[in-house]
Ligand binder design. Structure first.
Ligand code: UP5
Ligand code: MG
Length: 196
C-alpha cells in the first residue's frame, strides 16, 4: 500500500543555496509541511531542559553534523504531531550517518518522492550566507570562518549523499544561482507535475 505511506521530499543543497526560502514558497502553494532539520536543532538547543543543547551548539559552531539519533527523533516527532502526510525535509540527510539512520528507522515507512537539489557555486553560497549574517540573521554559523567549514562539510559529506540518490534516479536538480523567483518557477513546475 505504497500510496498510503506519508510522502517525503528531501531538500538538499549547499549552505545558503535557498532551501529554506524555496520551502517557504512551496508550502504557500502546495499541501506540504516544511521541516528544516537545522531549524529543529536550533529550537531544541534553545530549550533549557534539553539533554542535547550543548552538543547541538558545539556541532553547529564547528559545522559538524549532529548524530542522527538526535536529528531523526526531532523529525519523527514533528512529522507525527503535524497530522500531515506530505513533508519537505530540508537539510537532511546530509552525511552517511544521517542516511543510514533514516533508512534503518524510516526507510520502509515513507514514500520518498524525490530529492530536490538546489545547485549553485560555493561562491554564491558564501556570498548569500555572508550577506544574511551582515543583515543580522543571528545565526552563530553565518560568520566567514564557520561558513568556510560549512562549505567543506557540504562538499565532503553532503554531496556524496546527493550522488547516492542521483544513482537511484531520484534527484531533481535545479539551478539555484538565479533569483529566488526564477528558481521558484522551476520548483513550482516540479510540484505541479506530482499533484494527484
Ligand atoms: N537567498 C535565498 N535564495 C536566494 C536567491 N535565489 N538569490 C539571492 N539570495 C537568495 O537562504 C540563505 C540566504 O540567501 C537568505 O538570506 C536568503 O534570503 C538568500 P536560505 O533560504 O536560508 O538558504 P538555505 O539553503 O536554507 O541555507 P542555510 O544557511 O539554512 O543552510 P545550511 O544547510 O547551512 O543550514 P542548516 O540550517 O540546514 O544547518 C545548519 C547546521 O545545523 C549544520 O551546519 C549542522 O551543524 C547542523 N545540522 C545537522 O547537524 N544535521 C542536520 O540534519 C541539519 C543541520
Ligand atoms: Mg535553511
Amino acid at each position: 500500500y505504497q500510496h498510503q505511506l506519508p510522502k517525503v521530499v528531501f531538500v538538499l543543497g549547499g549552505p545558503g543555496a535557498g532551501k529554506g526560502t524555496q520551502c517557504a514558497n512551496i508550502v504557500k502553494e502546495f499541501d506540504f509541511l516544511h521541516l528544516s532539520a537545522g531549524d529543529l536543532l536550533r529550537e531544541e538547543r534553545k530549550k533549557p531542559d534539553s539533554k542535547y543543547g550543548q552538543l547541538i551548539e558545539d556541532c553547529i559552531k564547528r559545522s559538524k553534523i549532529v548524530p542522527v539519533e538526535i536529528t531523526l527523533n526531532l523529525i519523527r516527532i514533528a512529522m507525527a504531531q503535524s497530522g500531515k502526510d506530505k513533508f519537505l525535509i530540508d537539510g537532511f540527510p546530509r552525511n552517511k550517518d544521517n542516511l543510514d539512520g533514516w533508512n534503518l528507522i524510516m526507510g520502509k515507512d515513507v514514500n520518498l518522492l524525490f530529492v530536490l537539489f538546489f545547485n549553485c557555486s560555493t561562491e554564491t553560497c558564501i556570498e548569500r550566507c555572508m550577506k544574511r549574517g551582515a543583515e543580522g540573521s543571528g545565526r552563530a554559523d553565518d560568520t566567514s570562518d564557520v561558513i568556510q567549514k560549512r562549505i567543506q562539510t557540504y562538499l565532503n559529506e553532503s554531496l556524496p549523499i546527493v550522488q547516492h540518490y542521483e544513482n537511484s534516479g531520484l534527484v531533481r536538480k535545479i539551478d539555484a544561482s538565479r533569483s529566488a523567483d526564477e528558481v521558484f518557477e522551476d520548483v513550482k513546475q516540479l510540484f505541479q507535475s506530482i499533484k494527484d
